[in-house]
Design a protein around this ligand. Structure first.
Ligand SMILES: *Cc1c(COP(=O)(O)O)cnc(C)c1O
Length: 374
């Protein structure tokens, strides 16, 4: 995070909302089960270092990220918690996991063989990934699992400490495919436990969708991402869930120029917007390089508690809005969040972009400082 903001465009992250969300997810899970906060992609755009440090102070001691880079960034910032890397990591970098105490995800015999050849100093901790129907990474059959475990047993330097799977449709209303995956997992975990009798295998299957909709199916740990930031994993879960998540992120900018136009004046690249006589036009200090994509032309922002339309093409660093009157330079503009009595939700933006909320916050670029409030 930058310490000086020369441009007044920022994302405000409410840490108390994140605490609230985790608290109610934990209650929904029945209190005893533990949460592995998922901090990949810069904590879904919320700033992984600050969120990890905050959650560590709240007593969380197990995080998940997608990349080795993301795990290293957290360690470098002083995070002590166990960090599970969910993605595939090349065997030649396994020494970094030993050095920094990360858990790697494993699911290939060739991968185990490569590690074996490296003669690593120290023990590598892995979680086995089982593909029960996501169709992405993981072992799929009983035989694959038995071969994997047999290989594993011949390698001193590797310790299997956990097993997990990932759901493809846990955020749907229809639970048919979800139940198939749960069933597959129970069938396959038995194979693991028989082939590798180990006292403390950490088992985790759920994401946000499953943790909200099917808490009773969840195991000792759940990997929870999007919902800790106050977003629902789908619109159907949002509509049906009894828990009230609090959005943690607001996106703010300011008006840097205001003018009254004549009829027929043209606004921005391509002159796609033509003013009517007397239109007030404001320039706002945010653009597509900040993650406010060009396709958001024609959508609204909030000024003084009112909705104002983005007119003309969105530029790299600026956009123009049609105002209802003159406003002072420096007037706050809300792109996501509350302004007066009005609110623009991340889901509204996602719907305008015909995408999901995950994509909106992960696309807010590094040019936007994240400011933390408690
Ligand atoms: C991203 C991810 C999660 C978190 O999913 P949410 O829907 O954000 O809760 C959990 N597990 C894996 C393997 C993931 O990649």
């Amino acid at each position: 995070m930058q310490s000086i903001m020369y441009r007044n465009t920022y994302a405000k992250i409410d840490l108390s909302a994140i605490k609230h969300n985790l608290d109610i997810i934990k209650v929904n899970l029945g209190g005893k089960k533990k949460i592995i906060p998922v901090l990949k992609a810069n904590a879904y755009g919320h700033g992984s270092v600050e969120i990890a440090q905050f959650l560590e102070n709240q007593g969380y001691d197990f995080f998940a990220v997608a990349l080795l880079e993301e795990a290293i960034e957290l360690r470098k910032s002083g995070v002590k918690a166990i960090i599970l890397v969910l993605g595939w990591v090349a065997p030649r970098y396994a020494y970094l996991a030993i050095r920094h105490n990360f858990i790697l995800t494993a699911f290939q015999i060739e991968w185990l063989e490569s590690i074996q050849k490296l003669n690593l100093q120290g023990r590598l901790n892995i979680h086995l990934k089982i593909d029960t129907g996501m169709g992405r990474n993981g072992l799929r059959t009983e035989f694959e699992i038995m071969d994997f475990i047999n290989k594993l047993k011949s390698i001193e330097e590797i310790e299997l400490s956990g097993v997990y799977t990932h759901f493809a449709t846990a955020d749907d209303i229809d639970n048919t495919y979800y139940n198939e995956q749960v069933h597959n997992f129970h069938r396959l975990i038995k194979v693991v436990k028989t082939a590798y009798p180990h006292k403390n295998l950490v088992i985790h299957i759920g994401n946000s969708g499953a943790s909200i909709q099917y808490p009773n199916d969840m195991t000792d740990y759940s990997r929870v991402g999007v919902s800790i930031y106050g977003m629902y994993p789908s619109m159907s879960v949002k509509e049906s869930a009894s828990m009230k998540l609090k959005p943690a992120l607001e996106l703010k900018s300011e008006i840097t120029h205001v003018k009254q136009t004549r009829a027929g004046d043209k606004i921005s690249y391509g002159s796609t917007y033509i003013t009517k006589k007397g239109d007030w036009i404001g320039t706002v200090a945010i653009g597509y390089a900040d993650g406010w994509l060009r396709r958001l032309q024609g959508t609204e922002v909030l000024v003084s508690g009112k909705r104002m339309e983005i007119v003309g093409r969105i530029c790299m660093d600026m956009l123009m809005i049609k105002l209802d009157q003159a406003y002072e330079i420096g007037t706050e503009v809300t792109l996501i969040g509350k302004n007066g009595d009005a609110t623009i939700s991340i889901d509204e933006i996602a719907s305008k972009l015909e995408t999901i909320n995950y994509e909106v916050t992960t696309n807010l670029s590094s040019r936007i400082p994240r400011i933390y409030a408690w």
